[in-house]
Design a protein around this ligand. Structure first.
Ligand SMILES: Cc1cc2nc3c(=O)[nH]c(=O)nc-3n(C[C@H](O)[C@H](O)[C@H](O)COP(=O)(O)OP(=O)(O)OC[C@H]3O[C@@H](n4cnc5c(N)ncnc54)[C@H](O)[C@@H]3O)c2cc1C
Length: 445
């Protein structure tokens, strides 16, 4: 089968390996030049958190171990208050962690593996048009030259601003579409090594939660940390207000002093690194007969606060591959894929938005920390009865939609537990565990 893939980002590159292994004759077209040859930036964020769903996607093509070699494990979050005090919150059980990985290194490795699997990749080739009925695509290179390619089917993995999706939107009737921007954008900054070593604990993701905004930092293999400031575009504390280096520096000295002290390149980075926007994209359908299927951000771009965008896109590849293993009828496979994945894409979009509030605000709240402690203890004792929401999303393959509804169920129970008188003193007592047990039974009825 002759297959065109539009977009050699993270999802398109992995997908092309899956398809090649299934015997497809795959040609990928990527808008950007080959990032292995040039020093072009690898896209939107410098590093990403990879968790179990992403690793499972890689495992399906035998690449998880190779990728683990370029990952930096993060076992929990370290919360920094304004005075520089820190507090460690473990993510899951002992031995469970998420992985910081360079987007560029991951993407390069996947493209190289795709080529080894027989995939042809054309760079600097932008999808300009797509005839849905004939799976004929037109790509334009940097010099304006056109390539027309007729395939049996096309996969649209060209990201949040997908041209393949645009073909569905303009070429079909009743296409649902929404894009919703956050009031916050993000700017990346760097913490450099100190005396050749990591400047902070490198086994964790660092968070400076400040209510309406936050700074986070993920470790890199070169002993730097990539920091991301999630900050309103407008308002009192905002990119618009701190529009000079002097103003931004004074703000950081007041609000993130310990982080600023480790950022010798702050001034240049504040000026040179853009404030980029964050968007949730929802659309339907994701497919056209047996001719086109959207995957990854092209189908469901989400905000990054659960660290799940790429993980969800890699899970798309796992699910599609399973379906391709069960049937040769592509139209049926595409329809089934959409039925299975759309509710999960909706759920992870909601989870990601919810987690922004948790990360920038709640993680600093002692009652929230206590609540997580109570949940962790109960879960440890009764693992089949209670898996914390974070673990369901990050360390399991429970469908996102189920995780979301179980999380809401847990929330109702925890509200009752936290409302008990003197819970801060009693939380470790057997009576609290028994009470939770009774609530779990009562709410399960
Ligand atoms: C700040 C930030 C932090 C994030 N952190 C995480 C995280 O920690 N964990 C996580 O799982 N996810 C994270 N994400 C989400 C993650 O980046 C995306 O979900 C993931 O990159 C989606 O992969 P994709 O291949 O679908 O799209 P993309 O990575 O956007 O790739 C799309 C590719 O298509 C190409 N393209 C675009 N248009 C065309 C065209 N017309 N023709 C040909 N090619 C085209 C692009 O050049 C690109 O190479 C984060 C996102 C952001 C913005």
């Amino acid at each position: 089968m002759k297959t065109t893939v539009a977009g050699a980002g993270l999802v398109g590159s992995l997908l092309s390996i899956y398809l090649a292994k299934r015997g497809h004759d795959v040609t990928v077209y990527e808008r950007r030049p080959d990032m292995r040859d040039t020093s072009i930036p690898a896209g939107r964020s410098i590093n990403l958190a990879m968790s179990d769903r992403g690793l499972r996607g890689l495992e399906g093509v035998g690449l998880a171990d190779e990728i683990r070699k370029i990952c930096k494990p993060m076992h929990g979050r370290i919360i920094h208050d304004v005075k520089g005090n820190t507090n460690f919150q473990q993510y899951g059980k002992d031995g469970q962690f998420i992985n910081s990985v360079s987007r560029g290194d991951l993407n390069k490795l996947l493209m190289t593996e795709a080529e080894k699997a027989g995939v042809k990749i054309h760079f600097s080739s932008r999808l300009a048009s797509l005839d849905l009925n004939t799976a004929t695509t037109k790509f334009i290179d940097a010099a304006g030259n056109e390539t027309v390619d007729k395939a049996d089917t096309v996969f649209g993995t060209d990201g949040a601003f997908s041209a393949a999706r645009m073909a569905l939107m303009t070429g079909t009737d009743r296409f649902d579409y929404s894009q919703t921007y956050l009031e916050h954008g993000y700017k990346e900054l760097t913490i450099l090594p100190v005396n050749g070593e990591f400047a902070m604990d490198h086994n964790a993701l660092h968070i400076w939660p400040r209510g309406g905004y936050m700074l986070i930092a993920l470790p890199n293999l070169d002993k730097t940390f990539t920091c991301t400031l999630f900050f309103p575009f407008e308002g009192e504390d905002s990119f618009a207000t701190y529009n000079t280096v002097a103003k931004a520096r004074a703000f950081f000295e007041r609000v993130f002093p310990d982080a600023l002290a480790l950022m010798p390149e702050f001034d240049q980075e504040w000026v040179n690194n853009p404030a980029a926007s964050l968007c949730t994209v929802r659309c339907l359908p994701w497919k056209y007969k047996d001719k086109l299927l959207l995957l990854g951000d092209a189908a469901h771009a989400i905000v990054p606060f659960y660290g799940q965008g790429m993980n969800c896109g890699f899970e798309d590849c796992t699910v599609l591959d399973q379906l391709l293993g069960e049937s040769d009828n592509l139209a049926q496979v595409f329809a089934e894929f959409e039925t299975l994945r759309k509710p999960n894409a909706n759920a992870v979009a909601e989870l990601a938005l919810m987690n922004f509030v948790e990360m920038r605000d709640k993680v600093a709240d002692p009652m929230f920390i206590l609540r997580k402690k109570i949940e962790a203890k109960f879960s440890q004792k009764h693992p089949t009865m209670w898996l914390p929401l974070y673990s369901m999303v990050t360390f399991s393959d429970i469908p996102y939609a189920d995780a979301l509804s179980l999380g809401q169920w847990q929330n109702n129970i925890m509200e009752k537990v936290m409302a008990l008188p003197n819970i801060t003193e009693r939380w470790d007592n057997l009576e609290i565990e028994e009470y939770m047990h009774s609530l779990v039974k009562e709410f399960s009825l």
